[in-house]
Write a protein that binds this ligand. Structure first.
Ligand SMILES: [Zn+2]
Length: 419
């Protein structure tokens, strides 16, 4: 029995790669336009396979709703009092690039040069610098006509392999709830997860990217809607009377600070991002995304937008501007801070796998943010996938191995800490 994993045996790793390739070949692109659940029936095919794989791996009970799975694994060894942990990954792939007929290509000993695929797709280490970390090791790509789907089939395969290692090496652990969900890429990742069967209050999503990276912070996200009513007058006799709503958008946008747009922001900066405009000179709607890591700052941003709308309205007699604000998701950090030991364990688990851990805030949302709203704090673990959502996507098997080892270590260290 080896409770802490620095690496995965070649035999188990090769099974993990086969598992990943098998999942990657199944077409599971989600569709934001669809109103059904899952958004595409094709996701159900993978869901059925995952359900039977989880059964073989020893799941005691599996709950399913519209393709979403919650599989319960009992504790092992003297760990029945250890609090349960969630391990979560998603089965859909992004719609930006075809996910139909994925043909994974293996480069067993990457030599550091550009990788040429069909359709003149070139993965150049000049653009994809992380590649150079993996010279001499095994890389998997698509064939250039599709994405690869390491996001997040690498996560699915990693979690199944973690369950296999815990079982085959008889590693003591607390109860584990494996959650495999649909439609993460269209932000409906937890809509139909049978949450009533999840007892754990924290755990991991295995849905990250470069080796060593773990994430526990994401944007707070608000969508701001402006409804602008101008003043209509025949253009021939409009002098000093007409107020054109299209011109009002210009005025409104010019009052936003130019250095607070996405194209001028990075790291922990927040931003305003106009995303949609629709209407006429008398009646127009403008939609902005508002993002900030701090909830306090988010409320300040909302107040600023209200003040700007008021100022424009007051400068032009007869104009009306209504604004409304809608929360999309919140920073998961607050939920995770209730489990400070988990963050420490994740860091130690990655170190024990022989990798330097680092974390960066996610400049977007994640499944974890939606789970956080339900009181479940999930740290996002790397998978080794890169250039996601496009034909240049690639997976480092060396990093994938470390993702598996790190996740086993999280489970194992969590059990030690609580028993
Ligand atoms: Zn993902």
């Amino acid at each position: 029995m080896k409770e802490i994993q620095n690496s995965v045996s070649p035999e188990i790793l090769s099974q993990a790669v086969d598992r990943f390739v098998g999942y990657a070949k199944i077409w599971t692109t989600s569709d934001g336009e669809s109103t059904s659940s899952p958004s595409t029936a094709r996701q159900l095919e993978l869901s059925k396979i995952l359900s039977s794989d989880l059964k073989v791996l020893g799941a005691k009970e599996i709950f399913e709703k519209n393709g979403n799975l919650v599989a319960k694994f009992s504790s092992r060894g003297p760990c029945s009092n250890v609090p349960p942990l969630v391990l979560c990954a998603h089965m859909d792939t992004a719609a930006e690039c075809s996910g139909k007929g994925v043909l994974p290509q293996h480069i067993y000993e990457y030599d550091g040069s550009s990788i040429h695929l069909k359709n003149d797709v070139v993965i150049d280490p000049k653009d994809s610098k992380e590649l150079l970390r993996y010279v001499g090791t095994h890389i998997i790509t698509g064939d250039g006509t599709t994405l690869l789907g390491s996001d997040d089939k690498a996560g699915l395969a990693a979690i199944c392999t973690v369950m296999q290692i815990l079982e085959s090496q008889n590693i003591p652990h607390g109860p584990i709830e494996v959650v495999f969900n649909t439609d993460e890429e269209i932000a409906r990742g937890i809509a139909d997860v049978p949450l009533e069967h999840i007892e754990a209050r924290c755990g991991l999503t295995v849905d990250g990217q470069e080796m060593g990276l773990y994430e526990y912070e994401n944007f707070n996200a608000v969508t701001a809607h402006f409804h602008i009513h101008g003043v209509a007058v025949h253009p021939g006799s409009a002098k000093n009377k007409m107020v054109n709503a299209i011109q009002l958008v210009n005025t409104l946008m010019s009052l936003l600070p130019g250095n607070e747009f996405p194209e001028a922001s990075e790291g922990k900066d927040g931003f305003f991002c106009p995303v949609h405009i629709d209407g006429t000179m008398t009646d127009l709607t403008l939609t902005l995304l508002v993002r900030d890591f701090s909830e306090e700052n988010m409320y300040i941003r909302i107040e600023r937008l209200k003040t700007i709308a008021k100022a424009v309205e007051n400068s032009f007699p007869g104009v009306r501007i209504e604004c409304s604000f809608e929360w999309s998701y919140r920073n998961m950090r607050a939920t995770l801070e209730k489990h400070p030991e988990l963050l420490e364990i994740v860091k130690e688990a990655i170190e024990k796998a022989g990798v330097t851990p680092h974390n960066t805030p996610i400049r977007g949302g994640t499944d974890g943010a939606h789970f956080a709203e339900k009181g479940i704090g999930l740290v996002n673990m790397f998978t080794g996938g890169h250039e996601l959502h496009g034909p240049k996507e690639w997976l480092s098997v060396a990093a994938f191995e470390k993702s598996i080892a790190s996740t086993v270590n999280v489970v194992s260290l969590w059990a030690k800490k609580h028993s």
